[in-house]
Design a protein around this ligand. Structure first.
Ligand code: PLP
Length: 290
């Protein structure tokens, strides 16, 4: 396999030379933000939405003034994808508070570390294979979603311990994605995905007023569903409602629309609304990229 090329602080470098300082705060404290991006045919899917969310995450960590112009960041991603001669790819754009002289207290002078890593990810699309091996099976885990009062859920930070613990809870089970509840017992989301379900013909997903990351794929799916005239509701839901759903699916940038066939051992159908939304999503990608 030929060595990949990554982007580190403004330079394209071979993977084996792509390093950051051991004192980088992204490493020491998870003090950084990132976006997982999907590249279809050399172009970033929903770039503006990702750039907006990156800016919001940076604002939460209070170093948004160090964000380079959006066009510059986009170019770093595209240059990295092009250097590897990928057309369809996964990319991760990260920005940390970098190295600072003190200890935990952040200093106002920030020299961020900005990296892009990529891997090839062929597109499933309207007549290809999906990126996931099969439908998702979900299990509710003991790990609760961190309350936004402690760590704002709408910031996509390097600290993924909440999701890591949720995935560890899945060991010994046959499930491959977690359902996380908030501290009040409402359904929030998966470890790395947003959750949707269908109840009596209505598409439902937990509101972003709860401790939920506002997924870019979630927004696209909600728009597509509304355009199609599906009744859509965002709200507060109990586990019982999800377990009794007629259909369910999870979304994220790489999975796109991934059907769910079991929730806590209860069978759920990969039903007609899920299939139609997956098709509409594929067609949207097709329309906007190919
Ligand atoms: N929720 C969490 C906790 C995530 O980590 C992710 C993505 O990784 C998502 C939702 C889905 O977000 P997006 O559709 O922007 O990839």
């Amino acid at each position: 396999m030929t060595e990949r090329t990554f982007h580190v602080d403004g330079r394209l470098v071979p993977e084996s030379e792509a390093t950051v300082n051991i004192r980088d705060r992204g490493f020491l404290y998870g003090d950084g933000v990132f976006e997982t991006l999907r590249v279809y045919d050399g172009e970033i899917f929903e770039w503006e939405a990702h750039a907006d969310r990156l800016a919001r995450s940076l604002a939460t960590l209070d170093f948004e003034e160090t964000m380079p112009p959006v066009t510059d960041l986009r170019q770093r991603v595209l240059d990295t994808v092009a250097a590897n001669e990928f057309a369809d790819a996964y990319a991760r754009l990260s920005m940390t508070r970098g190295v600072q002289p003190g200890k935990l207290t952040p200093e106002s002078r920030v020299d961020p570390t900005i990296t892009v890593i990529v891997s090839e990810l062929p597109r499933g699309g309207t007549d290809g294979d999906d990126v996931w091996d099969g439908p998702a099976t979900l299990r509710t885990v003991e790990t609760r979603r961190i309350p936004s009062e402690a760590l704002p859920a709408d910031a996509k930070t390097h600290n993924y311990l909440n999701g890591t613990l949720a995935r560890l809870d899945l060991q010994e089970s046959d499930a491959d994605e977690a359902i996380m509840l908030d501290t009040d017992g409402n359904v929030t989301e998966g470890a790395t995905s947003n959750l949707f379900f269908v109840d009596a013909g209505q598409l439902k997903t937990p509101s972003t007023d709860l401790d939920v990351l506002p997924g870019i794929t979630r927004d696209v799916v909600l728009d597509l569903a509304r355009e199609e005239g599906f009744p859509v509701e965002t709200g507060q839901y109990s586990l019982a409602e999800v377990r009794e759903a007629d259909e369910a699916f999870v979304t994220n940038t790489t999975w796109e629309v991934r059907p769910v066939t079991a929730v806590d051992g209860h069978d759920v159908e990969a039903g007609p609304m899920t299939k139609l939304l997956a098709k509409l999503f594929d067609e949207y990608v097709e329309r906007t990229h190919y």
